[in-house]
Write a protein that binds this ligand. Structure first.
Ligand SMILES: [Zn+2]
Length: 128
């Protein structure tokens, strides 16, 4: 596990995350598709918001379980509390300043967010 540094585009929001980025996630739901984000999920004790709490806004829609945090100044979505695990942090690894998707070796897990209920059920089954 390694500590990575992340930020929004304007630099108001900065954070650190302790993570092993060998497994990333791609979701095809309505918002992840449009954000173009690539996820890595960590528990709360492995995420530290350093600056920008006042710049962040949480966007919610549909069931209003997930919170999609973005910087109100530059519009960049840095992380979310996902609907599949609202107590966790889904970091957008594209916002990590010391991680390069093109250079990294990782497995990409896909989540069929367009069919959320079925995908969540399948995910639960795989964990049993
Ligand atoms: Zn910003």
């Amino acid at each position: 596990m390694q500590t990575y540094h992340g930020s929004c585009h304007c630099g108001a929001v900065t954070f650190e995350v302790d993570a092993d980025l060998s497994k990333l996630g791609d979701c095809n739901c309505s918002i992840c598709t449009k954000k173009g984000s690539v996820h890595h999920r960590v528990p709360g004790d492995r995420f530290r918001l350093l600056t920008g709490a006042d710049a962040l806004k949480a966007y919610q829609f549909n069931k209003k379980v997930a919170s999609h945090f973005f910087c109100q100044n530059c519009g960049i979505h840095t992380y979310s509390h996902p609907r599949t695990a609202p107590d966790k942090f889904n970091v957008n690894v594209r916002c990590l300043d010391d991680f390069d998707l093109r250079e990294a070796a990782y497995k990409m897990a896909t989540f069929d967010g367009r069919n959320w209920e079925a995908a969540f059920e399948a995910m639960q089954q795989n964990r049993r």
